[in-house]
Design a protein around this ligand. Structure first.
Ligand code: FES
Length: 106
């Protein structure tokens, strides 16, 4: 299990915004949904496309993959519509020293 990765300062990730960080080979997409932080692997479970290229709906807490339109709940990574059925892995997030941190805890 790896150490925590610093994503960015908290004031660089405001409600409705996203940021990408890497933990080794794992791209992690971090969301600020209404003041709460969530992190998912930045990889669509349909065809391994980066979710960060898609659009984050900060009202619905969803991310839509730009390649074929699958949507995921950013709070737990579950797939909400075809063509994706498998969830996207979810990672822990913490706020410490004025920054947002995450890690691949698999
Ligand atoms: S790769 Fe994301 S919906 Fe197909």
């Amino acid at each position: 299990m790896s150490d925590w990765i610093r994503v960015c300062a908290t004031d660089e990730l405001l409600p409705g915004e996203t940021a990408v960080a890497w933990d080794g080979d794992t791209p992690i997409l971090v969301f600020n949904y209404d003041g709460d932080y969530y992190a998912l692997e930045d990889r669509c479970s349909h065809e391994d496309f980066e979710l960060s290229a898609g659009s984050f709906d900060a009202d619905e807490a969803t991310i839509e993959c730009t390649l074929h339109g699958a949507r995921f709940d950013v709070r737990d990574g579950r797939a909400l519509c075809a063509p994706a059925y498998a969830p996207v892995p979810k990672f822990p997030v913490k706020v410490e020293d004025g920054a947002v941190w995450t890690r691949d805890d698999r």
